[in-house]
Design a binder for this molecule. Sequence first.
Ligand code: GLA
Length: 354
Amino acid sequence: MPHERSAAFAPGRVNLIGEHTDYNEGLALPFAIFQGVSARAHAVPGPRRRVQAWARDLDERDEFGLEDPARAQGWRAFVRGAAAELQAAGYPLVPAHLELAGDVPRGAGLSSSAAFEVAVCLALVELGAEGEPGAWLTPADRIALAHVCARVENEWVGAQTGLLDQLASLCAEADHALLIDFRTLALERIPLALEGWRLVVVDSGERHSHASSGYNERRRECAEACRLLHIGSLRDAEPGSLGALPEQLRRRAQHVLSENRRVLDAVSALRAHDLPGLAELLNESHASLRDCYEVSTAAVERTVAELREHGAAGARLMGGGFGGSVLALLPGTVALPQRALEVQPGPGARLLDG
Ligand code: GLA
């Protein structure tokens, strides 16, 4: 028997370092935050195979048929896409009423959309699942769901994003960052002890949408660099071979190669309790994202400069760029800047008692 009720919580994420590496089979080091999206579902018995959804924060509603959800815009695209892609992946769904609410700032680079997709998917799958509550949710299922959620972004929302946000939301664990190798999808927990230092995010005030920003264009540029280098992904690029690329593509590839190295250096810095070293890597990542990958904006630069003036030892744009949030690492002696949201490594997505 499927369940009568289900509930799930999925967190947003902060990416400590490793930006624009996921779709290049590279490395990243995100962690889940305590802010997230919760989804509560109950089964709606009867012959009509429909889903009704209520986005509580917006007080907006949607209703669609499970068999063939039609395309939609905004948050509705995520819910309909999740229902369609879950069924295409073989998860049995049942007619449902779904209530959604969250506290991740939207469009600010904290992966509100991944949190939304993951919460919807967990609640819908649990509702349609047989057996003990949550029994189906194995580590392998978490990775499978990350792929489903990425397809929702790619096919239903039009953003060609990689797997970073979804894997972070689904697989991260409290007090740890998650070292992800996007070539093998190997995941390694790295203790994230800040030893009195603080991580904060500050919204640049500039909204971004991956579907309409230069994000998809960056992906195309990386694919073009691979084509010219005759390699399958930038993970295979030798630093010495980049000279064969036109100047702009060379800078894009340089960012990806150097960022992969910085992720490994950040893991070493954390293991050595070297917070100043970690801060320096954040600064180097930002310089590379600004100069080589060219995804910063004037508003982001102002925010980074303000944070450094305030006393941040490291600050960098976070997520896809073109606006969104800045991540900063503050020594314990520095007060919280205005508008800053302190972030800590929380647990990954989970089912709640319905
Ligand atoms: C966004 C995307 C991710 C990733 C980052 C950049 O957050 O959703 O897949 O590509 O940008 O690192």
